[in-house]
Design a protein around this ligand. Structure first.
Ligand code: G
Ligand code: G
Ligand code: MN
Ligand code: NA
Length: 254
């Protein structure tokens, strides 16, 4: 309960921080994108993981201002890297169910792009199948409006949800992110390998981009590369790090 109350106003008190994790082109090994991942720098508890506070923030609604702050911060940071002459990369930001349901979501995204000067095609929003399945027609409409802005849309944690392939066909997404639970044992569990292979094949036949999350070992990387997965992220390449560590990484990647 204390944590819940303290979440209100955490943005205004400057307690939220955005970390960034690179996404890598598995062929060229260059950085193609960053995923923005929020942390809560709590005054007494230290760095609180989003796994802990996002569900609370989602339940009490404070995820809406927090999510908007993350989006604004990540877009402004990406634009700043571009203006500093670093190789342009896209920025991927997670949306929560509550944010996705906000009637002014499209306006907010459009306003943030305008305010930060970031070109829409550099922004990717990550959504999950589970929250798209609530009201499918409404989700499709919202996704279409977001696509009309020119931004990219990724289906996060792909393979763990309930959506049928029939729905997948209706969601105008541009990217599938293979959930890390499959990647984790892709080299030891034939079922995970089969699911991973199927998702990669699906992405190719639907002409969607494909990223693997949670790559931790050379063996996982080799497997994914051999199967034609284009892009990946995970501790093997880098953990999520604060913005200042990213500039150096981008310089080295170019
Ligand atoms: O960064 P970490 O692996 O600890 O994140 C844990 C969970 O929190 C992941 O599911 C991730 O998608 C989610 N998360 C991280 N940052 C954000 C954010 O800015 N908004 C939302 N909605 N979820 C986030
Ligand atoms: O739900 P989502 O895919 O947005 O989750 C992102 C989370 O995954 C972040 O909290 C990030 O810290 C975590 N993550 C990123 N790479 C790895 C990895 O290689 N291994 C594990 N275990 N977690 C990872
Ligand atoms: Mn994500
Ligand atoms: Na994920």
């Amino acid at each position: 309960l204390a944590l819940e109350n303290e979440l209100h106003g955490a943005v205004e008190r400057n307690e939220m921080v955005v970390y960034y994790q690179p996404l890598i082109d598995l062929h060229s090994r260059q950085i193609t994108a960053m995923e923005a991942l929020v942390r809560w720098q709590h005054p007494t508890r230290g760095l609180v993981s989003p796994a802990k506070f996002i569900p609370i923030a989602e339940a009490n609604g404070s995820i809406v201002p927090i999510g908007e702050w993350v989006l604004r911060t990540a877009c402004a940071q990406t634009r700043a890297w571009q203006l500093a002459g670093l190789p342009p990369i896209r920025i991927s930001v997670n949306l929560s169910a509550r944010q996705f349901e906000q009637p002014n979501l499209v306006e907010v995204v459009s306003q943030i792009l305008e305010e930060t000067g970031l070109t829409a095609s550099y922004l990717e929003l990550e959504v999950t199948e589970s929250f798209l399945m609530g009201d499918v027609q409404r989700s499709v409409n919202t996704l279409e409006q977001l696509r009309e802005l020119g931004i990219l849309l990724a289906l996060d944690d792909f393979g763990t949800g309930y959506s049928s392939l029939n729905y997948l066909k209706r969601f105008p997404v541009t990217m599938l992110k293979i959930d890390r639970s499959f990647v984790q044992d892709v080299t030891s569990n034939p079922d995970s390998a089969a699911v991973t292979d199927a998702i990669i094949a699906l992405s190719k036949s639907l002409r969607l981009n494909i990223t693997a999350e949670g790559i931790e070992t050379q063996e996982q990387l080799d497997y994914l590369q051999k199967r034609g997965c284009e892009e990946g992220q995970g501790f093997y390449f880098s953990r999520p790090v604060p913005a200042d560590a990213i500039a150096q990484m981008l310089k080295e990647s170019s």
